[in-house]
Write a protein of this length. Structure first.
Length: 590
């Protein structure tokens, strides 16, 4: 393996990443396939066998436009949601607590703050936990978990081949893009997504080439098994420039609603964090709320792709709205999906936020499209274009991925006619939503703002930041502390490693990856001895270089031979950003 690693690392960029793209594409395709059928399996157990219902599917997944909702044991919907959340939460909290929530954001965080390191058990835990959550009816998407699964496997392959931390980061980003592009059957959009989703106003250009290779391979494997038809079938409608003002209006609506989605989702997350309960019980409580919503709006169950397909073709009679006026129902529908998704995922459940975003945007598009159709039937003979452009403009704003979703128009519908309208609506929604609100909170604004690129963009300023002027925190474990104590400390401070200190002497570092298979015993058996440290008089550039060397997001500070604490990467970044804000003339140059 070392010989393979050396040969791969020494290859030129394009040759190296063509090979790595092929490898990541294969694991993305296989991972997406396993995850897809795992969801189908748990849907059969929870929804088909226990509740006695069968949710609609899109045309690209062997669905049909002829559908009628039924549930033989309708009252059991909250029960299966709670049961699925309980099982999923147990698996996550027992084996990998960091696998909770929506997986894409975790993978983005790993790229920026953890050198692309993802624990090897994450793909397995995420696959099972998310499949149970979605399969039992949880309002969540499969793209986010697939992204984390592919990113985790990409990180593992990079470690296996002994690649550099920079290469590991690229492998994680490629995994994100190829994973989403594969399971969404949108390889072009997925390839661009891998480079775009890391930032709110920038792209990681190094990711594009390997993402193109990986997404094409992953898509070919997945679609060979489930079918090559676009997920929402083929849709053809002549372009009509008279609809452009209405598409612009839709962009404004989806941009504003994206802000609401993000604020409610993370407000719900913060509410559950404040609850003085074990993390195990929180997703169960969230599932109970989702179950109550689903009794009145069963459309919120699972990914909702089948309902999006029915919206596209205006099959409103297939929806369950209990005699409610259709316009009122369409007004309520996107709000109910926001609530259900927040209770499912933000409470700590395992699932993605991409598919719910597609559903929410489609609902907003259906509402406006229906109103335009009533007022101007000759301009909008049907609502399908509004549904499709609504879901793309909404998620382009909520996820800060405008280019990716524009490309997905062609791949999801097999049509070029909607591109002009989609481009206008996405551009407006992207501007309206601003940079503050993103469903992926781990995104940073630009490449310059990422710790992954700090050395490239920030070295002159880092030299001006002195360690003794920063917040030095007294965080450490002693060599004979128990492993569970070290894990609890890591979880509390959101660190993946800790300094090991005895009698005020810095001994080394213990990493979470070294504790994966350890349950009991002292930290002394697992830490890596080290003598490198910085002094209070050192500058932030020296601290950053030491973090890169040690694969940590902190570095030890030692004075006169005694350990006085650690300085965290986050602390340096906060000071760095504040310095730029206070000196706008410097900000122009950096």
């Amino acid at each position: 393996m070392r010989r393979i690693s050396f040969k791969l690392s020494s290859l030129p960029y394009f040759e190296k990443w063509f090979i790595m793209g092929l490898i990541i594409g294969i694991i993305s395709g296989l991972g997406a396939t396993i995850f897809y059928f795992s969801i189908r399996f748990f849907e059969y157990i929870f929804l088909a066998r226990i509740v006695g219902t069968n949710l609609p599917r899109p045309l690209g997944e062997n669905g049909s436009l002829i559908y009628h909702f039924y549930a033989l044991r309708f009252y059991l919907i909250p029960v299966v949601l709670i049961a699925g959340a309980a099982i999923s939460s147990f698996i996550v909290q027992r084996f990998a607590p960091e696998a909770e929530g929506h997986g894409t954001d975790s993978a983005i965080r790993s790229f920026h703050y953890n050198y692309g390191k993802i624990r090897r058990r994450i793909p397995v835990v995420k696959t099972i936990a998310s499949a149970i959550t979605i399969g039992s009816g949880g309002s969540a998407g499969r793209e986010g978990p697939t992204a984390q699964i592919a990113a985790g496997l990409g990180s593992f392959i990079a470690d296996l081949l002994g690649l550099t931390p920079r290469d590991r980061r690229i492998a994680v980003a490629v995994g994100i893009g190829s994973g989403i592009g594969t399971i969404f059957k949108a390889p072009i959009g997925g390839a661009v997504l891998g480079a775009e989703i890391l930032y709110r106003r920038d792209m990681e250009t190094e990711v594009l080439f390997p993402s193109i290779v990986a997404a094409s391979v992953g898509y070919s494997i997945f679609a060979s098994i489930v079918g090559f038809e676009p997920i929402f079938g083929y849709y053809l409608l002549p372009f009509n420039p008279l609809r452009l003002p209405f598409y612009a209006t839709l962009g404004l609506i989806t941009g504003l609603f994206a802000i609401f989605y993000v604020r409610f989702f993370y407000g719900t997350r913060d509410f559950f964090k404040r609850l003085n309960l074990s993390p195990y019980y929180k997703p169960i409580i969230g599932a109970a709320f989702t179950g109550i919503i689903a009794l009145f709006f069963p459309e919120v169950l699972s990914t909702g792709y089948g309902w999006v397909q029915l919206l596209e073709y205006g099959r409103f009679n297939e929806f369950v709205y209990y005699g409610m006026p259709l316009v009122i129902f369409l007004v309520f529908l996107p709000f109910m999906k926001v609530f259900a998704t927040s209770f499912t995922v933000a409470s700590g459940g395992s699932g993605g936020v991409f598919a719910p975003g597609i559903f929410i945007g489609a609902s907003l598009g259906a509402l406006l499209g229906y109103l335009v159709h009533l007022g101007f039937p000759y301009i909008a003979p049907n609502i399908a274009p509004f549904v499709i452009i609504g879901m793309l403009s909404f998620f382009g704003a909520a996820g800060k991925v405008p280019l990716s979703v524009i490309l997905m128009v062609v791949e999801m519908t097999g049509s070029l006619q909607l591109l002009p309208g989609a481009m206008l609506a996405v551009a407006i929604s992207y501007i309206v939503s601003g940079t503050k609100y993103s469903i992926y909170e781990s995104q940073v604004l630009t490449r310059r703002d990422s710790p992954a690129n700090m050395g490239e963009f920030s070295s002159p300023l880092l030299k001006n930041i002195i360690i003794k002027d920063l917040n030095i925190e007294k965080i450490y474990v002693e060599p004979y502390d128990e492993i569970y104590s070290a894990r609890e400390l890591m979880n509390y401070y959101e660190l993946y490693s800790l300094p090991v200190v005895q009698n005020q002497k810095f001994l080394g570092t213990v990493y979470v990856t070294d504790l994966e298979n350890a349950r009991y015993g002292p930290v002394n058996d697992y830490y890596v001895p080290a003598t490198s440290f910085i002094r209070p008089e050192s500058n932030a550039e020296a601290a950053w270089e030491l973090m890169m060397k040690n694969r940590t997001t902190w570095c030890p500070v030692v004075k006169d031979g005694n350990f006085i604490g650690i300085v965290r990467l986050k602390t340096i970044l906060d000071v760095y950003k504040k310095y730029l804000e206070e000196n706008p003339e410097i900000n122009k140059d950096y």
